[in-house]
Design a protein. Structure first.
Length: 593
């Protein structure tokens, strides 16, 4: 009988098969010792491979289990601190400044929730509300034990505390009450506290953005398809901190009730800093915080006073009405217009020229220039500067100007020239000054960081030659006029003060001022506009008992620019200066002296 090949014999693996094989092939049982050794070795090798495969599968399963347990420990699991949604991704995108510094971000925080329906039937608690309240106070000493007992006894599901630490959540578990659960929930966190609060806004309990860019970006920040992405602001957090710090300091020095400020890139319209004080903390929104959400920069409409005078002069130069800066205007007595009189705060001189009108801030002189310009051209310039519309910026809180429609009468044109008769926001003014110094092009302000190809073309308001002349005159106001306290050595700063009485019943309130300083630097190559304002400053020892813009708003800019300049790549150079050789002689020999 022919023998069965070895490979075929190995294919019969069951006991019965092996028995039949031995019966059918007695020669196989009598195979050589070498062949039997090969058979045993092959079988042993196969067994070892199977054991190794099983061990690998077991190790892989164990590794997955360990990883899952670790993730549960960090992010939460079904038996304990479980976050809502995917624990690996934030529920709301991050907001960062122009340099990538986080200003608003999501994180998972735990809360203390009382769930009276955790157990079916019977009482919601296994112990009395008093005992449970006592144990909770041992974990949270600042909580009121009597109030906790009352809330636990009410049987109503409610938050007992928001934002508790993980170790506090674990201690709550140790109490052993199923009705006390610390769910992990998405929470919005503002790492810089109240920095740029009026820019950022906050996120409400419903998870929706409120007030600031949180509201503007709400859809993109919560879109599931873009979870984890970030929105980049034009804000520079370093500049923002310096602006807020100096505005707050000025509030203290002048005992003002409020302040506001903005730093604007003159060539792009990007808002590098924007502050409204007093501010609020978006991490802790309470009744007081709600009261402080009014944005003085974008929403407070008021008469900006003498800061309008350079704009009126620029309009007249641009229209060819003023062709000779040496031309003089009578200013020795009030200007009679119908039954109204336009006055200066003090007598400047019998006859004053254009630079003197600006450095001494003459209402009488500016009104005469505006009268020569005429109502139609004055109004058209103000419209091109956007003064007849809400300010252009993404924020939802934007004040509507007090603007006179129709044809302006002569008196309105004259009073508008020195900042009375229309009321706009500091943001309006910032965009207008940017156009006046950047070569004459107005662009909308934006809180979004722009790439070079995203900068809007803008619209031309002034000729380049007009802009160049105004840079000289604004610099002259700071070196020799009412803006001297803003002069920051080496930064070639130029600007104009403005102090306007607040309106009240029966007219203006002489005891209540809003002061403003509008400026730009450096004047030989303007990069940034800086606006500061104070609401109802007082004359104090720190301000030499003066309350006008020269003593508070201008002084604040003089402190702000040296701090922010180097941050923005503008360094002081006392060997550089804008050429004033053709305008300075006019104030040294003019009629004001």
């Amino acid at each position: 009988m022919a023998s069965i090949p070895l490979g075929t014999a190995q294919g019969l693996t069951g006991p019965a098969h092996r028995h039949r094989a031995r019966q059918a092939t007695p020669q196989a049982s009598q195979a050589s010792p070498g062949r039997r050794a090969d058979l045993r070795a092959s079988t042993l090798t196969m067994a070892r491979k199977r054991v190794a495969l099983i061990a690998f599968v077991f190790a892989l399963a164990t590794a997955v289990l360990v990883l899952r347990v670790a993730m549960m420990g960090v992010f939460g699991g079904s038996g304990g601190l479980t976050p809502a949604g995917d624990a690996l991704l934030p529920d709301r995108g991050m907001i960062v400044d122009r340099n990538g510094v986080p200003l608003a971000r999501d994180f998972k925080s735990y809360a203390l929730w009382f769930n009276p329906k955790a157990m079916e039937g019977g009482d919601p608690l296994t112990r009395s509300p008093r005992e449970v309240a006592k144990k909770l106070v041992a974990i949270f000493p600042d909580m009121d034990e009597a109030d906790l007992e009352k809330r636990l006894a009410s049987g109503k599901g409610q938050y007992l505390r928001r934002r508790i630490l993980p170790e506090e959540a674990n201690r709550v578990f140790e109490i052993g009450e199923p009705a006390l659960s610390p769910p992990a929930e998405p929470s919005r966190y503002y790492p810089e506290g109240n920095l740029a609060a009026h820019v950022l806004g906050y996120v409400g309990a419903d998870g929706k953005g409120r007030v600031g860019m949180e509201e503007v970006f709400n859809t993109s920040l919560t879109d599931p398809s873009t979870r984890g992405t970030e929105q980049v602001l034009a804000i520079d957090s370093r500049v923002q901190a310096a602006l807020e710090d100096e505005l707050l300091r000025g509030m203290g020095l002048s005992q003002a009730k409020g302040a506001g400020g903005i730093v604007l890139d003159v060539d792009t319209g990007e808002v590098v800093a924007l502050a409204s004080l007093p501010s609020f903390d978006p991490n802790h929104i309470d009744e007081k915080g709600m009261e402080l959400m009014f944005n003085r920069v974008t929403n407070q409409v008021y008469e900006l006073g003498s800061t309008f005078k350079p704009l009126a002069v620029a309009a007249a130069i641009d229209a060819g009405v003023v062709t000779n800066l040496a031309k003089t205007y009578p200013a020795g007595k009030p200007l009679q217009v119908g039954r109204f009189r336009i006055r200066d705060s003090h007598t400047i001189g019998q006859n004053i020229n254009v630079p003197e009108i600006l450095i001494h801030s003459s209402n009488i002189g500016t009104a005469q220039i505006a009268d020569e310009l005429g109502s139609k051209r004055m109004k058209a310039t103000m419209e091109r500067l956007g003064f007849n519309e809400r300010p252009y910026i993404e924020l939802p809180a934007r004040g509507f100007p007090i603007w006179r429609s129709g044809e302006w009468p002569r008196l309105t044109t004259m009073t508008v020239s020195y900042g009375h008769g229309i009321a706009v926001t500091p943001l309006h003014l910032a965009s207008a000054y940017a156009a006046m110094v950047n070569g004459g092009v107005w662009r909308p302000a934006t809180l979004k960081k722009l790439a070079p190809n995203e900068v809007p073309e803008g619209r031309r308001v002034f000729k380049e030659s007009t802009s160049a002349r105004m840079r000289q005159l604004l610099r002259l106001i700071v070196t020799d006029g009412t803006g001297r306290k803003a002069d920051a050595p080496g930064f070639r700063l130029g600007g104009k003060t403005g102090s306007a009485e607040k309106p009240g019943e029966g007219g203006y309130r002489r005891t209540s001022l809003v002061t403003t300083f509008a400026s730009a630097f450096p004047m030989d190559n303007p990069r940034y506009v800086v606006i500061t304002m104070y609401d109802e400053p007082k004359g104090t020892a720190a301000t030499s008992y003066q309350r006008t813009a020269a003593w508070n708003a201008a002084a604040a800019v003089g402190r702000i620019v040296p701090r922010i300049g180097p941050m923005l790549g503008v360094y002081p150079d006392e060997n550089r200066e804008i050429d004033l050789s053709d305008v300075r002689p006019l104030i040294e020999k003019g009629g004001a002296h």
